[in-house]
Design a protein around this ligand. Sequence first.
Ligand code: OFO
Length: 172
Amino acid sequence: MISERMVEAINKQINEELYSSYLYLSMAAYFEDLGLKGFANWMIVQSQEEKDHAMKFYYYLASQGAKIKLYEIKEPPSEFEGIKSVFKQVLKHEQHITKKINELVDIAEELKDRATFNFLQWYIDEQVGEEENAMEILNKLEFIGDNKNAIFMLDRELGQRQYIPLVQDKEG
Ligand code: OFO
């Protein structure tokens, strides 16, 4: 049976994931405003994926018969200082989320909660991809500098990203 401490930590992580979704939606809105539809698309997909991350935790708690608690989602920033600065924030935020996931793993280990430990491995892998994606775009932006043509090319590339819903295990 899952412990109260583990449940509370996962409920807090649901909030972190929902905040991530909100943050990326705010970044999408920033790019809409700049007329960079491709960048906005990338952020909207990212925002949708974060909601899926939250729901994966939700269904896990439901499968354990645990109490799901939703906390208030804080307001994300709405002003940003340019494209590169946005992606620096994305990377920083994902590093923060990786730390949070690692903390959950530590708790599961401490409590000898093998089921949750096993469940969390998906997030460990996912965070490697999350940080890698942010770094890749950041590297491209460093390379491009202020070259407007290259920014439009990148905008087109990011406009190709498609949302693929995460298959959720609702049965537990
Ligand atoms: Fe949920 O991985 Fe990003 O934040």
